[in-house]
Design a binder for this molecule. Structure first.
Ligand SMILES: Cc1cc2nc3c(=O)[nH]c(=O)nc-3n(C[C@H](O)[C@H](O)[C@H](O)COP(=O)(O)OP(=O)(O)OC[C@H]3O[C@@H](n4cnc5c(N)ncnc54)[C@H](O)[C@@H]3O)c2cc1C
Length: 417
């Protein structure tokens, strides 16, 4: 099939995904006359992942960290759908509507793939069946409900102590930033809300953090990661380092050494894996299944296709799978595409790290910046101020600030529905 002719005047720029990479690109092109811009995304909102762990226990509300695309990106055509296949020769993307059964194709002159990543289970049996993951608002909502369900189950009178403890044991698998933050948030919920209303249940509850490597937070400075571990031990979190998960069953985590941890809830925060759409694209990938791009974020072998964020890698300059990397790539690509449209050749992409932050609970955080590294209460205040600044809209900045203020005064809402 021959490629569709370019739309009259402006080239059709099709962006797949509206996450950190896609949104950053679209935001900069939204009112420009250079391209006829369409985004295909199963969600009609941008999700601010850095506060998603906080949403699992109601420290912030879900709607405080989502930005509706139609409102924020006026000028960009949104199609709520998932891309299923790309016909690179015909320059068409086959899509499945997010709601309903419709299937259709969207033509493009330039394509940007920014679909993010899925969850890596590393072949561990039972992850998909018996554990919850944290990649979406639905996931965060499921965790919030499951935590409150386990508390409800623990209120049954006259439970044997071992059964009470099992129901209130929350196991988090994965000691990276997501696992650490989820463990911290659930511990906050137990220590601040459950302890106030149902102290006997709070005394029986525990959080277990399981990590296969011999340290937490491998991307962070070693001393800060050590601080997080000591802080967790002080807070009563059972940190298991060098503990490989062999399998997960219904309400049980089995470790490679043979130990079984009976539990009420398992949360899997094991890392990223390529999405089926990326795996089946037929484009060059690295050993981890990420799309190979050059220094200008061009897909190997395709001059009119770009990829950015978690789904892509430049093998000469591999980057961490972070929001800041995807965001910088989106910003770069907006400028590069405009420059190329004017006949110029943009310089290659350069990443500038602004450091990393992680919440570790009890109003403490880690700040690992190029210019300074510190932990504790001031790092938490810094963490709050950075994320408040980075939230996209003023509406969400106010909502998150209000959530924090409200919860510090009145506690988190424990209503179960
Ligand atoms: C819980 C959590 C906390 C995190 N915290 C931090 C942090 O504090 N700091 C940090 O730097 N990074 C953090 N990250 C990592 C960061 O969020 C990612 O690296 C970043 O979102 C990657 O951006 P992206 O644009 O590649 O993908 P995403 O932001 O995931 O966006 C992908 C988009 O593609 C869409 N999509 C998926 N499939 C399709 C399809 N088939 N067709 C069309 N669209 C599709 C999705 O709906 C989504 O809109 C966190 C991640 C998680 C999960």
């Amino acid at each position: 099939m021959a490629a569709d002719p370019p739309a009259a005047g402006r080239p059709r720029l099709l962006v797949l995904g509206c996450g950190f990479g896609g949104y950053s690109l679209l935001y900069r092109l939204r009112r420009r006359a250079d391209f006829d811009v369409t985004v295909v995304s199963p969600r009609n909102y941008f999700l601010f992942y850095p506060l998603l762990a906080s949403a699992t226990v109601g420290t912030v509300e879900f709607r405080s960290i989502t930005e509706p695309v139609p409102r924020r990106l006026s000028g960009v055509r949104l199609i709520q759908a998932a891309a299923e296949r790309v016909d690179f020769a015909a320059r068409r993307v086959a899509c499945r509507a997010a709601v309903g059964e419709d299937r259709f194709e969207v033509p493009y002159d330039l394509l940007v793939i920014g679909v993010g990543s899925g969850v890596a289970d590393y072949g561990v049996e039972g992850v998909l069946e018996h554990a919850l993951t944290l990649k979406s608002v639905d996931d965060a909502r499921a965790i919030r409900k499951a935590v409150l369900d386990r508390i409800a189950e623990a209120e049954v009178p006259d439970l044997p102590p071992a059964e009470l403890r099992r129901r209130l044991t929350f196991v988090v698998c994965g000691g990276g930033p997501t696992g650490v933050e989820v463990a911290a948030e659930i511990t906050d919920l137990i220590d601040r809300e459950l302890a106030r209303g149902e102290p006997a249940l709070a005394a029986a509850a525990r959080v277990v953090l399981v990590e296969a490597l011999d340290r937490l937070l491998t991307g962070f400075d070693e001393a800060l990661a050590g601080y997080a571990r000591e802080h967790f031990l002080r807070e009563g979190i059972d940190v298991r380092l060098g503990a490989e998960v062999a399998s997960i069953g219904p309400r049980v985590v089995r470790l490679a050494g043979g130990e079984e941890i009976p539990c009420g809830l398992v949360i899997w925060a094991g890392g990223n894996a390529p999405l089926p759409f990326v795996r089946e694209l037929g484009a060059a990938t690295d050993e981890r299944g990420r799309l190979v791009v050059d220094g200008h974020l061009r897909l190997a072998g395709h001059d009119d296709v770009y990829a950015l964020g978690d789904c892509a890698v430049d093998p000469d300059n591999p980057l961490p799978a972070t929001a800041q990397a995807a965001q910088q790539q989106g910003k770069y690509l907006a400028a590069a595409l405009r420059r190329r449209r004017r006949g110029g050749e943009p310089p290659p992409f350069r990443f500038k790290s602004s450091g990393m932050l992680a919440y570790i609970g009890a109003r403490q955080a880690l700040a690992d910046l190029p210019q300074a590294k510190w932990s504790g209460r001031t790092a938490w205040l810094f963490w709050q101020s950075v994320y408040l600044t980075k939230l996209v809209s003023n509406a969400n900045k106010v909502k998150v600030l209000f959530d924090w203020f409200k919860n510090s005064l009145f506690g988190r809402d424990m209503s179960r529905f």
